[in-house]
Design a protein around this ligand. Structure first.
Ligand code: NAP
Length: 287
């Protein structure tokens, strides 16, 4: 056994206890014989400044992921370079702590979402997409949809100012994409949409309301809920009852996690890495 202390990684969010990230990263560290561990750190919005200013160093973190609700606010604490994904979305989900202590920001959510759709054989080009949310994850999803040449993106977030900002952000970088936000769910025009994506936390709690009147769902709609715990949200249950093809966010979690692992450890994203992480996720989601 080496005397060298193990490297520490983790996830910050509020809440975090629903997360499966520790299981997949710890399985991969063990598989590749890397002396490291990944923990969950529940950090409230009020404690975020203290976390970045003191605890990252105190805990000796080498890298960490960021989840709800910190993906956007965490950008202001980045002190190193930022990836194109962070620059284009102003949201960060993966931070690498460099040897000199600077914090480099990446966003692996968009590529993770794209990879999962690709594996499922769901094309984006020419599709009309309805998106719930304009927060950290929604920005990555919207960017992926714009890059993938969706025909139209219509989004709704309870915070209309945020919705407008996301529309502006996408229009700045992808001027040819038709994107607009609406002030109410009934204006989303779900009837003519091909894809519906939930990128809000609504559905994480079993008592959460349904985001949409289920009578608006139709069998030709592909419904993707970024939430993976619970595996079956009320939205997915309603969509399945309507005959929609559905997916939860487990595949996105896997692919964004593989990319984060690679950024921290230098390990390539291989089929072997994916298999190890996928197995850990499958075991936890069946536990
Ligand atoms: P976030 O930054 O807090 O954004 C969530 C957005 O949803 C906020 O703008 C919020 O508005 C809005 N919202 C809340 N309730 C709503 C409602 N009823 N109707 C419309 N909009 C509503 O959170 P996030 O980091 O983007 O995460 C969103 C969800 O995606 C979480 O469940 C997270 O776990 C999941 N996620 C999954 C993956 C994956 O790999 N599967 C990756 C990333 C995120 P307010 O600010 O007004 O509340």
């Amino acid at each position: 056994m080496s005397d060298q202390p193990e490297d520490r990684y983790g996830l910050i969010g509020f809440p975090v206890k629903h997360s499966f990230s520790a299981l997949m990263h710890n399985a991969a560290f063990a598989h590749y014989g890397i002396r490291a561990s990944y923990g969950l750190f529940e950090i409230s919005p009020a404690d975020l400044g203290d976390f970045f200013e003191k605890r990252v160093k105190q805990l000796g973190l080498k890298g960490f992921n960021i989840t709800v609700p910190h993906k956007e606010t965490a950008c202001s604490f980045l002190s190193g370079s930022v990836s194109e994904g962070v620059r284009l979305t102003a949201a960060v989900n993966t931070i690498r702590v460099e040897p000199d202590g600077t914090l480099t920001g990446f966003n692996t959510d968009g590529p993770g979402f794209a990879r999962d759709l690709e594996e499922r054989g769901i094309g984006i080009a020419g599709k009309k997409v309805v998106l719930f949310g304009a927060g950290g994850a929604a920005k990555s999803v919207a960017r992926t949809l714009a890059r993938g040449q969706a025909k139209q993106i219509i989004l709704f977030d309870s915070d209309q100012e945020k919705s407008r900002r996301l529309v502006g952000l996408i229009k700045d970088y992808y001027p040819n994409v038709l994107i607009r936000c609406v002030g109410s769910v009934s204006d989303l025009d779900v009837g003519s949409a091909d894809i519906l994506v939930n990128a809000t936390p609504v559905g994480m709690k079993l008592e959460d309301p349904l985001l949409i009147d289920p009578s608006l769902l139709h069998k030709d709609l592909f419904v993707y809920d970024l939430i993976y715990n619970p595996a079956q949200t009320r939205l997915l249950t309603a969509a399945r009852e309507k005959g929609c093809v559905c997916a939860n966010g487990l595949g996105m979690l896997l692919h964004q996690g593989c990319l984060a692992f690679s950024l921290w450890t230098g390990q390539d994203v291989t089929a072997d890495l994916q298999d190890v992480m996928k197995k850990a996720l499958e075991e936890s989601s069946h536990a």
